[in-house]
Ligand binder design. Structure first.
Ligand SMILES: [Zn+2]
Length: 101
């Protein structure tokens, strides 16, 4: 995946987390609660830190960086917002950055 796609992915991540936060945490449009801000920051660093293309399975990956709690949260966010935004294909595309670990 090329560098340009990282920006695309991050925009999608922001969109997903905003959608989730608005729906689940009643945050105003464009704002995120503390929890979701942290999740976004974590997800961004996770996405940016992955220099490997294609991403290897985590057993082969030197970067064991995604905790179980965050992984469970991002999974929930993606499931929730993916349904709402009808971006199922996009979810599957993004999810492979998060599913290992
Ligand atoms: Zn939130």
């Amino acid at each position: 995946m090329s560098k340009a796609n990282i920006d695309d992915d991050l925009r999608t991540l922001v969109l997903f987390i905003e959608t989730y936060c608005r729906g689940k945490h009643q945050s105003p449009k464009g704002a995120l609660c503390q929890e979701c801000r942290e999740l976004l920051a974590y997800s961004e660093s996770r996405r940016k830190k992955c220099p490997l293309d294609p991403k290897p399975t985590c057993n082969d990956c030197k970067i064991h960086c995604y905790g179980n709690i965050q992984r469970a949260k991002i999974r929930e966010v993606m499931a929730y917002s993916g349904r709402r935004l009808l971006l199922r294909g996009r979810v599957d595309l993004l999810w492979h950055f998060f599913k290992h670990g």
